[in-house]
Ligand binder design. Structure first.
Ligand code: 16G
Ligand code: ZN
Length: 500
C-alpha cells in the first residue's frame, strides 16, 4: 500500500509553481534553483535497487540548479523513466501527485514491500541545501532508505551508485566511499604510468566548484608521481562558480580564463561546476593559447587504444569504435574515420554511452569535453570512470597517454587541425517547433527550413551547419564550421538569421 496521506501531506509542503511546466532535458531537470523545490520532493523513484540523485546545474550559472538521476548501474537514467519523472514533477497538486505515483506503481509493477533506496549528493550551489531538504522529505514520505553523500562531484555520485549496487557481487566495482574512488583511480593511474617519466605538473582550473574538493584530495593519493596545481577553487565567494572560468567558459570563448596565465609550453585543463567535463589547452612557444577540446581528447585516446590493440595482435578480436555528435569538428571526424569506425548520435551522454556499449572498446567525448572510454582492458578500465564522464579521471588518462607517446601539447594538437567553427544561440518563441533527424544534423520541422540551410551551406566550400533545439535551455542552437574563421562566423550568423 502507498502511504497516501503521508505523501499528500508532505507534498503540500512543496507545492508545484502553477506557472511552470518542467521538462526532463538532455541531462535532467534544470532551471532556476529556487523553482525546483517541488521537483526534488517528487523524484525519489520507487524500486529495490539504489538509484542516485545529483543536485547540480553543471556548467550553468550559480543561481541555476537541477537534478540528474542516476540509474542503478551508475549510468544516466533510462529514457523510459524520463516520462515518469516528468509526469511526477508536473502533477499540479498533491492529490494529482499521489494519483501519478499510484499509476506509476501499477504501470511499472513496482514491489512496494521493497523499500526504495537512494543515494544523493549536491554540488556547491547556494540553493543546494534547500533542494536536498525537499528531496529528503520526499524520500521520507515514501519510506525510502537513503544515504546522503554530501557535497561531491557528479562522477563520484555515479561511482557510489555503481559500487553500492554491485557490492559483494562478481561485478563489484570498488569500495562505496570517496576514498574507494580516489584509491581506485589513482592506483590505476600509477600502474599505467609505471616505467614512464612522471608527467609535468598540471594546472587544473576547477571553475570554483566542487571539483576543487576532489582535485585537492587526489594530491594525497598521487604522491610524487604527478603534481597537480589546483586553481579557481574558491567555494565561498558568492557568484564565482563557473564565472569567467571552467570548461564551458574555455570552450565557448575559445580562450584562457582571465585568472590563468600559462608559461610557454605549459599545459593545463578546466573542469566544469560538477567535474564531469574537461577542456585541455596549452601555450605554444610564443605563449599563444591553443585549445584541446573533447574531439582532441577522443582522437588522442582512441588512437592510442587502437595502437595498443594492434600491437598486441588483437585487432581481429577487439572492436574499437568512436562515438561523436554533430558538434564534433569535421577535421576530427575525417581523421578518425580513416582509422576506425565512427558513429554519430544525438547530443547527450545517454546516447553516446549507449552507442559506445556496442563496441568492445567504445570511446566518446563530446566536443564540450564530456566523455569517457568504455573498455575491458585492465588499468585503462580502472583509471577511467566507467559509469560516466569524469573530468579528473579523464585528465589522468590524457596525461598517461601523453607520457606513453612522449607527446607534448604541440604534438597532440598537430594530430589534426581544427576547422574554424562558431556556435550561436537563438531565442525563439517555441523551441519545440524544431525537430531533427539524422543524429540532429538535419531539421524536419519547421517545414522548408532545412532546404534554406542547405542552400547557404553550398555557398561555403567545406562548410557545414546544423540547427537543433537545446535540451537544457529554452533556445535553439546553430553550429557552423568552414575553411576560415570569417566564413564560419558568417555561415553561423546567416543560418541563425533563418531561424528567427
Ligand atoms: C547536457 C548533457 C551534455 C550535452 C549538453 C547539451 C549529459 C550528462 N549532459 O549537459 O552531454 O552536451 O546537455 O546541451 O548528458 P544542449 O542540449 O543545451 O545543447
Ligand atoms: Zn557537468
Amino acid at each position: 500500500m502507498l502511504p497516501v496521506k503521508e505523501i499528500q501531506e508532505r507534498s503540500d509542503r512543496h507545492p508545484k509553481p502553477s506557472d511552470i511546466k518542467f521538462q526532463y532535458g538532455t541531462a535532467g531537470f534544470r532551471t532556476l534553483g529556487k523553482t525546483l523545490d517541488s521537483v526534488l520532493f517528487r523524484v525519489g523513484k520507487l524500486d529495490g535497487k539504489t538509484i542516485g540523485v545529483m543536485v547540480t546545474a553543471s556548467h550553468n550559472p550559480e543561481p541555476d540548479n537541477g537534478v540528474k538521476l542516476v540509474d542503478p548501474r551508475g549510468e544516466m537514467l533510462e529514457s523510459s523513466w524520463e516520462a515518469h519523472a516528468t509526469a511526477l514533477a508536473n502533477a499540479p497538486s498533491s492529490v494529482a501527485f499521489v494519483a501519478v505515483v499510484d499509476e506509476l506503481v501499477r504501470a511499472t509493477k513496482i514491489d512496494l514491500s521493497i523499500p526504495a533506496r537512494v543515494v544523493y549528493a549536491r554540488d556547491t550551489r547556494p540553493t543546494g541545501p534547500q533542494l536536498v531538504a525537499a528531496l529528503k522529505d520526499g524520500l521520507e514520505a515514501i519510506k525510502a532508505e537513503y544515504r546522503d553523500a554530501g557535497v561531491t562531484t557528479t562522477p563520484v555520485l555515479h561511482y557510489l551508485v555503481r559500487t553500492i549496487n554491485t557490492k559483494g557481487t562478481k561485478d563489484s566495482y570498488g569500495e562505496d566511499t570517496e576514498e574507494g574512488y580516489l584509491t581506485k583511480i589513482s592506483d590505476a593511474f600509477k600502474k599505467l604510468l609505471a616505467g614512464k617519466p612522471p608527467p609535468p605538473p598540471l594546472l587544473i582550473d576547477c571553475a570554483n566548484g566542487v571539483g576543487a574538493l576532489m582535485a585537492e584530495r587526489f594530491k594525497a593519493y598521487l604522491g610524487d608521481i604527478f603534481a597537480i596545481n589546483v586553481v579557481n577553487a574558491d567555494l565561498h565567494t558568492p557568484g564565482v562558480l563557473n564565472n569567467s572560468c571552467g570548461a564551458d567558459f574555455v570552450k565557448v570563448n575559445q580562450k584562457l580564463p582571465p585568472s590563468i596565465t600559462l608559461q610557454p609550453g605549459q599545459r593545463a585543463c578546466s573542469l566544469d561546476g560538477d567535474a564531469d567535463r574537461l577542456m585541455y589547452y596549452y601555450a605554444d612557444e610564443h605563449g599563444q593559447f591553443h585549445m584541446l577540446d573533447g574531439d582532441k581528447i577522443t582522437t588522442l585516446v582512441a588512437s592510442y587504444i587502437v595502437e595498443l590493440v594492434k600491437a598486441s595482435g588483437l585487432d581481429e578480436q577487439i572492436k574499437v569504435g568512436v562515438i561523436q555528435t554533430a558538434y564534433a569538428n569535421g577535421s576530427s571526424t575525417k581523421y578518425l574515420s580513416g582509422r576506425l569506425p565512427v558513429k554519430c548520435v544525438p547530443t547527450g551522454v545517454k546516447h553516446l554511452h549507449h552507442a559506445a556499449e556496442q563496441y568492445d572498446i567504445g570511446v566518446y567525448f563530446e566536443a564540450n569535453g564530456h566523455g569517457t572510454a568504455l573498455t575491458n582492458l585492465r588499468n585503462i578500465i580502472d583509471v577511467i570512470n566507467q559509469t560516466v564522464g569524469d573530468a579528473l579521471s579523464d585528465a589522468f588518462l590524457v596525461e598517461a597517454v601523453l607520457a606513453h607517446k612522449s607527446f607534448s601539447g604541440v604534438e597532440w594538437d598537430s594530430m589534426y587541425c581544427d576547422l574554424p567553427n562558431r556556435l550561436v544561440k537563438v531565442v525563439v518563441s517555441d523551441r519545440n517547433a524544431f525537430k531533427t533527424e539524422d543524429a540532429e544534423r538535419r531539421l524536419v520541422s519547421p517545414l522548408g527550413l532545412q532546404v534554406k540551410v542547405d542552400e547557404l551551406m553550398r555557398k561555403y566550400g567545406g562548410g557545414r551547419s546544423f540547427v537543433r533545439p537545446s535540451g537544457t535551455e529554452d533556445v535553439v542552437r546553430v553550429y557552423a564550421e568552414a575553411a576560415t574563421r570569417a566564413e564560419a562566423d558568417e555561415l553561423a550568423f546567416r543560418v541563425a538569421g533563418l531561424v528567427y
